[in-house]
Design a binder for this molecule. Structure first.
Ligand code: CMC
Length: 432
């Protein structure tokens, strides 16, 4: 059946169970799922719901922070293309942009950088807390716990309606993340924790806390720049798994440390932040370029995945992967080429010309090359998700801050389609 367009911004739905028609408004290319609840077979009917496991086609919020066009391979923070920010900006400036919506002028940037820099230290008890982990604890598990623990030091953090209180926690979360991340790494090495040096930039300071031992650590500025770019590329990515975890947990009005800890937990998983660690393991396992064809046959047979390829949203080359690939050259010019690079480049070449990957629109994502850079910087695979978390912190807190002020948001509470048994009576144990 075809009808003439009326140009009305509405959707007419006919329920074939009852023959009734309903008209629901369309706004920003969406209909409100709650508008479907009026569609009932009778008064006792709960009303129609949408079924959307994994939120494949559900917008859970309105957000003005990050724009992503997965088909075109476009990523913008507050309208600025990621390519321009990676080339011209700094991580802390980008963090300001994400949070405030505009790039800072020099006075605003100076104040912002000072605020972050003055909050890099953590309470001494946090040190004891981190020392309590087993010698081989995964640094991401340590970071996850330490972020949750931070909330106990700032009891007024629950006053989330107060913008000044929110601002303070946002500063602390961004500022302390590198300290906690670096300490988690030092713990795994059995090396003494290095305190922040507030004379250094954010990224230099992180590298110093990671690598300083015995004498002052001086990072090569080209490596600092490459790491700063990696942080920028990871700073936000709209409603991904960890960000929606932050929003979902934050919607209960818990303190932001607990919300961000939820984000760290989500990021820990191999399908999200853990993918670059998996990429390196995969590259090592492949070992030589000659082994690639056999490996690819296994991927196409469905035995395993080509890690660092594919994305829920990007059905084109992930723009972050292009920037990272270029940063690889800059880093390797300082550190020497990572031998795994040749395997990665060959894998990419084969995949981009293979029908299996073309048909499914599988392209390299942000994780395909980032692990190679981290490894060249001397950062071990277990730390990769921690690096991601440090980069993503501004995005998490910006999204959390936006959600708290959004009058439309309520406690996150999805519905379900119940598939269990109908009501039945309890049976005594002897009669089962
Ligand atoms: N290697 C081989 N086949 C793949 C891959 C891959 N990496 N990714 C997807 N496919 C296939 C999949 O088997 C399926 O094929 P078929 O239609 O024949 O069943 C089809 O492509 C669609 O896959 P999907 O699992 O339905 O896609 P998804 O949107 O649910 O998954 C993904 C997205 C990122 C989890 C997935 O592509 C994947 O597991 N990639 C490898 C892990 C990875 O690199 N993750 C990092 C994501 S980027 C970092 C971030 O933003 O968090």
């Amino acid at each position: 059946m075809t009808t003439q367009p009326t140009n009305a911004e509405t959707l007419t739905i006919t329920d074939n169970r009852t023959g009734q028609s309903y008209e629901v408004p369309i706004s920003d290319g969406t209909i409100r799922a709650t508008d479907l609840r009026q569609i009932k077979t009778d008064d006792a009917d709960f009303g129609l719901m949408t079924y959307d496991p994994a939120y494949m086609n559900t917008a859970s919020c309105r957000s003005a922070i990050t724009f992503l066009d997965g088909d075109a391979g476009v990523l913008q923070y507050r309208g600025y293309p990621i390519e321009q920010l990676a080339e011209k900006s700094t991580f802390l400036e980008v963090a300001y942009l994400l949070l405030n919506g505009e790039l800072p002028n020099s006075g605003q940037l100076g104040t912002w950088v000072d605020e972050i820099t003055n909050h890099t230290f953590v309470h001494e008890n946090v040190r004891t807390f981190m020392e309590g982990f087993r010698y081989d604890a995964h640094p991401m598990g340590m970071l996850l716990s330490a972020i949750g623990a931070l909330g106990t030091y700032y009891p007024n953090a629950v006053e989330i309606e107060d913008p000044a209180v929110r601002h303070m926690q946002i500063i602390r979360l961004i500022a302390k993340m590198p300290t906690l991340g670096a300490w988690a790494f030092r713990h795994s090495l059995g090396q003494p924790f290095v305190y922040p040096d507030n004379g250094l930039s954010y990224t230099e300071n992180f590298l110093a806390m990671m690598f300083q031992i015995g004498k002052k650590y001086e990072a090569d500025p080209r490596l600092v720049k490459a790491l700063d770019i990696l942080f920028i590329l990871h700073a936000d990515h709209e409603q991904n798994c960890s960000t929606s975890a932050v929003r979902s947990v934050g919607s209960s009005q818990v303190d932001p440390y607990s919300s961000v800890a939820a984000g760290v937990a989500a990021l820990y998983g191999p399908l999200h932040g853990g993918a670059n660690e998996a990429v390196l393991r995969m590259l090592r396992r492949i070992g030589t370029v000659e082994n690639i064809p056999a490996f690819m046959e296994g991927v196409k047979a469905g035995n395993e995945r080509l890690m660092g390829f594919g994305h829920r949203v990007y059905k084109n080359y992930d723009p972050r992967a292009t920037i990272i690939k270029k940063a690889c050259d800059d880093v390797f010019a300082v550190t020497g080429v990572n031998p795994l690079l040749s395997i990665a480049v060959e894998l990419e070449k084969i995949a981009l010309n293979d029908e299996y990957f073309i048909k499914r629109k599988l392209y390299p994502n942000v994780d395909f090359y980032s692990g190679l850079i981290y490894e060249a910087l001397g950062i071990p695979a277990e730390m990769f998700t921690v690096m991601f978390a440090i980069g993503r912190a501004p995005g998490w807190v910006a999204q959390w801050n936006e959600m708290i002020q959004d009058k439309e948001q309520k406690i996150s509470r999805p519905r379900q389609v119940y598939t269990g048994p109908a009501a039945r009576d309890y049976v005594a144990i002897g009669s089962r």
